[in-house]
Design a protein around this ligand. Structure first.
Ligand SMILES: CCCCCCCCCCCCC[C@H](O)CC(=O)SCCNC(=O)CCNC(=O)[C@H](O)C(C)(C)COP(=O)(O)OP(=O)(O)OC[C@H]1O[C@@H](n2cnc3c(N)ncnc32)[C@H](O)[C@@H]1OP(=O)(O)O
Ligand code: NAD
Length: 725
């Protein structure tokens, strides 16, 4: 709703739709009614529009896009109605003015914002474009380069930047509403023509065409298959080429194209999925609604290798004082140098820089090799080598040293949380906090509860995720948890495809064309092939503990490819050694080129093992890699390791570079259709009966058999008994 009130000469229209004053059909109707009332009342000389509860508006009600009747198509005309008012209209922007909310403000004749307000046109992140004339008004107000930047990236900008760009007329530190009413009183009677953005020309840019060509090339490069950025660009280009009314028509056409695209549905699903996973629950009955987190006033990180460095950086950025511990002085100095380098770089990106982060202050960041300094911390994150014996030794020590309430977290990628917890005197306070590399950049935090983990521990880890500006996803304990467990069959298929005749660059290209940021072979080279090699040796799959006479391409009765092990035996660990699945310009180099040595090696390998080479097309690459990953997802759901498909999708989008415009693997499966996914898996598992990852999971079969229900109904088809937790 929008509440209309008249005080003195200024009528106030307050947008009201908690929690973020989204513009639903009802809100728009009330806004329109309020404007008409103000227009008809001769005692009203000006109008002020604001939002309830310190928020202007987060834009159109996103849920309305899947039920357009609920939203209506009326936002553009309402914005025009505001602009054409004969009485000055002032927007008082507090909190956020996003999307349609900012478009409403752009229709107003004046905009005044609180210094802490944020503004933006984030429609592109939902697979849309600003559809209420924003692509035509914003370039007229702040110029084409700044408008293109805001509209094609969807970034939110602070009020201070909005003032510099001329997006707002004034910013205030105190009461925005009072300041807006003062401004409204001041401008009564002043001519409104110059304040109507639709009447302004688009400011000229020298050599506009060349500028636009370059901007388009950049937008395309960054979009990686996502439609919306390019259509946002086209709408802004229309503003530079056509009169306002024609530009608006073009904007509407492009909006409709996007609205009916699958990509918009996928991106909007991803928006709500990210929010849904905050409401975590475990099969044991613990949940976000009843569990309270405990405060984390001081933390510790153990191990300052690849992961520990990023985790320390993340904690410092979140303003959490901490102790960083290494095993000896040599590693401590190495780790300290690396952390300082990361923090200096982060500080340069921030307003206020190093002073804000305060990382030179030992009260906020202390480096040590002394476990005794961990006595009073509230939370410890262990990030030492992936080795169970070492982790248990550390956790045993922690449980003796740390105060009774301290939470003990492990960054293990795959190991059993219960076994680690068994080394302590407080298994209820042991939890997995699985960061992704680089830990100060990647948004995902996979939070793994063990058999004894308390609801308080889960709530505290979730609160930590929020403090670190990460997306926390709560999952159960199994080898590889959710993300890595789904990744195993995917990478396994990629390697099998090489055995059968494909090439690393062909497999990577197919998956990068699908939208992945990086294909499986480039990814393995980046992460280091030695990491998986060590883990396979620990599991007895390769190395000296392998019983003599084990067939080269079989383990425990299943197909196995020794190719990654053979590469490591040749000293090819990936980027760090300058060669892996690809060749690099030097050790530590980043430019991957296909390596003739590897292609020759593959061909000899196939000859040795009598494998017939065949051409493998893109379709087969995609289906085998993606459907085996999805298949594992269904098994995870059936076991109760995750409480819904949204969890798997949020994990894949935020931790594994899955293209967001495809909504995550489980959403993607729902768009392909489960019967089709099932049929393909059946076909491939018949061709490869010794590959369990291709054998369709029982849950997938069940969903296909009951008629391919929509994703949000999947979990209702799981019987209680099937949960293993
Ligand atoms: C036949 C023809 C039919 C044609 C119909 C076509 C109509 C044509 C008209 C086009 C008009 C276009 C108008 C406009 O250009 C389009 C838009 O405005 S799209 C929306 C753009 N806005 C956004 O993307 C903002 C999204 N929100 C956020 O970024 C954040 O929520 C926030 C505002 C920064 C707040 O963040 P937080 O404080 O962290 O809070 P949450 O994120 O947890 O949000 C709280 C709660 O609110 C829900 N929510 C937030 N924004 C919206 C929204 N815009 N609509 C609906 N709901 C919203 C959010 O989901 C949370 O609820 P929960 O999911 O937890 O229940
Ligand atoms: N590298 C990744 O991409 C990644 C991603 C997610 C999770 N992980 C997990 O994070 C953990 C750390 O991985 P990494 O890649 O950072 O390893 P790493 O080898 O880069 O670093 C491990 C660090 O731990 C230190 N260490 C070893 N024993 C110690 C002890 N007793 N006390 C204090 N410090 C000790 C080492 O000196 C080293 O600096 C592992 O469990 C790994 O599986 C790694």
């Amino acid at each position: 709703m929008a509440q209309y009130a008249r005080g003195s000469a200024v009528a106030v229209i307050r947008l009201r739709n908690p929690p973020v004053n989204a513009l639903s059909r009802a809100v728009l109707q009330a806004l329109e009614d309020g404007l008409k009332k103000a227009d008809a009342d001769p005692s009203v000389k000006a109008v002020m529009i604001c939002g309830e509860n310190g928020k202007f508006s987060a834009g159109a009600d996103i849920r309305g896009f899947s039920a357009p009747k609920r939203l209506g198509g009326a936002l553009g005309p309402v914005v025009s109605l505001i602009e054409s008012s004969e009485k000055p209209v002032v927007a008082a922007i507090e909190g956020v003015a996003l999307g349609g909310g900012l478009e409403v403000a752009l229709g107003c004749h004046y905009r005044i914002a609180h210094v802490k307000a944020r503004m933006g046109l984030p429609e592109v992140t939902l697979g849309l474009l600003p559809g209420a004339e924003g692509t035509q008004r914003l370039p007229r107000l702040i110029g084409v380069p700044a408008a293109l930047d805001m509209i094609t990236t969807g970034k939110h900008i602070p009020a201070t930047e909005a003032l510099k760009l001329g997006l707002v007329d004034e910013i205030v530190e105190e009461n925005t509403i009072e300041a807006a009413i003062r401004l409204a009183n001041k401008v009564i009677g002043q001519p409104l023509g110059p304040r109507r953005l639709s009447l302004k020309p688009v400011p000229k840019v020298p050599n506009m065409e060349a500028f636009l060509d370059e901007a388009l090339a950049k937008v395309k490069r960054q979009a990686r298959g996502c439609l919306a950025p390019e259509l946002c660009f086209q709408a802004v280009r229309a503003a530079t080429q056509s009169p306002f009314a024609d530009g608006v028509r073009r904007e509407r056409e492009l909006f409709q194209v996007l609205l009916s695209s699958g990509q918009a549905q996928a991106l909007q699903y991803a928006f709500f999925a990210e929010r849904a996973v905050r409401r975590w629950a475990t099969p044991g009955g613990a949940s976000w609604s009843s569990a309270a987190p405990q405060p984390v006033r001081r933390a510790a990180v153990i191990g300052l290798g690849t992961m520990g460095r990023g985790i320390v950086t993340s904690l410092v950025k979140a303003n959490i004082p901490l102790v960083a511990l290494e095993q000896d002085l040599e590693n401590l100095n190495k780790g300290r140098k690396a952390v300082m380098f990361l923090l200096e770089r982060e500080a340069m990106k921030m307003e206020g820089g190093a002073q804000v982060l305060d990382f030179h202050n030992p009260a906020r960041l202390q480096f040590t090799v002394d476990f005794d300094l961990l006595r009073d911390v509230d939370l410890v994150i262990e990030a030492v080598f992936e080795n169970m014996a070492l982790k248990k030794e550390i956790f045993h020590k922690l449980s003796k040293i740390c105060k009774p309430g301290a939470l003990l977290c492990t960054n293990t990628s795959a190991l059993n949380i219960d076994e680690i917890a068994s080394a302590t005197n407080r298994p209820q306070q042991v939890i997995g906090t699985h960061f992704f590399s680089p830990a100060h950049v990647m948004r995902l935090l996979e939070i793994i509860y063990g058999r004894h983990t308390s609801p308080t521990a889960i709530a505290t880890a979730m609160q930590l995720a929020t403090a670190l500006k990460k997306v926390g996803v709560v999952v159960g304990n199994c080898f590889g948890f959710v993300g890595n467990r789904m990744m195993f069959p995917y990478v396994q298929q990629a390697v099998f495809l090489l055995e059968e005749g494909s090439r690393p660059d062909a497999v990577d290209q197919a998956l990068e064309d699908f939208g992945f940021k990086i294909g499986p072979f480039r990814m393995s080279d980046l992460a280091g092939l030695d990491v998986g090699w060590r883990s396979r040796k620990d599991q007895g799959l390769t190395g000296p503990s392998l019983p003599a006479g084990t067939p080269a391409r079989q383990r425990r009765g299943q197909r196995y490819s020794p190719l990654p092990d053979l590469l490591c035996e040749h000293g090819r660990f990936g980027q760090k050694t300058g060669k892996g699945w690809y060749l690099y310009e030097k050790a530590g180099g980043r430019t991957a080129t296909p390596d003739p040595w590897l292609l020759n090696f593959l061909s000899q390998y196939r000859d040795t093992h009598g494998i017939q080479t065949r051409f493998i097309d893109q379709e087969e690459i995609l289906e085998r890699c993606l459907f085996s990953l999805i298949n594992e997802g269904f098994a995870i759901l059936a076991e109760g390791i995750a409480s819904g498909p949204e969890h798997l999708d949020v994990i894949y989008i935020n931790g594994y570079g899955w293209p967001k415009h495809r909504g995550g693997p489980m959403f993607y499966a729902s768009t392909v259709g489960l019967p089709r996914v099932l049929a393909k898996l059946q076909k491939y598992s018949e061709a490869h009966p010794d590959v369990p990852g291709l054998q369709p999971s029982a849950f997938l079969k069940k969903l296909a058999a009951v008629g391919n229900p929509p994703l949000k109904e999947w979990m209702s088809y799981l019987s209680q008994q099937s949960s293993k937790l």
